[in-house]
Design a protein. Structure first.
Length: 129
């Protein structure tokens, strides 16, 4: 990965985490051990492992696999956020984590706008934030 790609990723993380902090009411910061330990990009939202991608070429399947693997290792729910240039932030969540009574098995993914994903995550916190 080139230095410009790393810088773009870091800027994307800071941008996303500022938006999540504002919308969730939880201060979201970078997981500084992520590069050494291969963990999620942010762990400040209780119960969630947040993965952030700022990239032009979408690779949702591999990104989701990474987010799922990291969340499983931490016993958390995965949340994948991504953005391309000049486009809004999007999120991928598993419907099993949103409505487990309806989606009894993991693997039914949905793509949401940032604000809608924040609504889902806020509701899951149930006053923890």
């Amino acid at each position: 990965m080139s230095a410009s790609q790393r810088n773009k990723g870091s800027r994307g993380e800071r941008e996303l985490f500022a938006l999540l902090t504002e919308q969730l009411g939880v201060t979201v910061t970078r997981n500084l051990t992520q590069t050494r330990g291969g963990g999620a990009d942010a762990l400040d939202v209780p119960g969630w492992a947040i993965e952030c991608k700022r990239c032009e070429a979408l690779s949702l399947a591999s990104w989701w696999n990474q987010a799922q693997r990291q969340a499983d290792d931490l016993s958390r729910k995965p949340a994948l956020f991504y953005r391309q240039s000049r486009k809004p932030w999007r999120a991928v969540l598993d419907l099993h984590h949103i409505a487990p009574g309806v989606f009894t098995a993991p693997g039914s993914l949905c793509e949401l706008a940032l604000s809608d994903a924040c609504t889902v995550i806020r509701e899951s916190l149930g006053g923890e934030a």
